[in-house]
Design a protein around this ligand. Structure first.
Ligand code: GLN
Length: 191
C-alpha cells in the first residue's frame, strides 16, 4: 500500500513513522503529482488556516477534494478533521469540505487547551484509546451518513467516519497505539 501524508505543515513526520511501523510505504505529499497512485491520504494536525492556505497555493485543494469524492480513503487528524468538514465554526475559508458535519475549532477553554482522555472506541476493540487533544476541535453536528466513532464523557463527538473518510479531533500519531492507523488501512483494503 502507498499512503500519502500531506506534508505542508504540522505533525506529518509522526504519521509517516506510524505508517512505516505498520510496514506501509508512506510518502510525503507537497505537490499535486505526488497524489497520483495513492491508496490513501493522511491530513495531519497542525494549524488548519496555514495548511488550508498552503493547499491552495500548491494547487492541492481541488485535487484532494476530487479524490475524496471518488473514494480515496482519507484520514484527517485534528486540523485535518477541520479541513474535511463541510461546515466549520471559526474558519472563514473554502476548505476541502467533503464530510457532512459541523466542526468547531479550538473548542476547549484555555486551561484545557491540551489534555488526554481515555476514549471508548468500539471499532478499535475493547481496550480504550488514548486521545491526546491539542487545541482540539469538536464535532458539533453530523448528518446521518456520518458515524461518530468516539465521544467524550459528555457525549461530544471526537472521531467519525463517512464512507472512506475518517477523522479524529485528537492525535493518534502521538501515541504508541497503532490501532487507529490500522483501522484506516483496513478502510483502504475495503473493510
Ligand atoms: N487549533 C488548530 C486549528 O484550529 C488545530 C490544532 C491541531 O491540529 N492540533 O487549526
Amino acid at each position: 500500500m502507498r499512503i500519502g501524508v500531506l506534508a505542508l505543515q504540522g505533525a506529518f513526520v509522526e504519521h509517516i513513522a506510524i505508517l512505516n511501523q505498520l510496514k506501509v510505504e508512506a510518502l510525503p505529499v507537497r505537490l499535486p503529482q505526488e497524489l497520483v497512485g495513492l491508496d490513501g491520504l493522511v491530513i495531519p494536525g497542525g494549524e488548519s488556516t496555514t495548511i488550508n492556505k498552503l493547499m491552495l497555493d500548491y494547487n492541492l485543494m481541488c485535487e484532494i477534494r476530487n479524490l475524496a469524492k471518488n473514494g480515496l480513503p482519507i484520514f484527517g487528524t485534528c486540523a485535518g478533521m477541520i479541513l474535511l468538514a463541510n461546515k466549520v465554526s471559526g474558519l472563514d475559508m473554502d476548505s476541502i469540505g467533503v464530510m457532512n458535519m459541523t466542526v468547531r475549532r479550538n473548542a476547549f477553554g484555555r486551561q484545557k487547551d491540551s489534555f488526554e482522555n481515555e476514549l471508548s472506541m468500539p471499532v478499535l476493540g475493547e481496550k480504550p484509546f488514548l486521545g491526546i487533544f491539542i487545541r482540539a476541535p469538536v464535532i458539533e453536528w453530523t448528518s446521518s451518513e456520518v458515524e461518530v466513532l468516539a465521544r467524550l464523557a459528555d457525549g461530544t463527538g471526537v472521531a467519525a467516519r463517512q464512507g472512506r473518510l475518517l477523522v479524529s479531533a485528537f492525535h493518534p500519531e502521538l501515541t504508541n497505539d497503532l490501532r487507529f492507523h490500522e483501522y484506516f488501512l483496513d478502510i483502504g483494503r475495503g473493510y
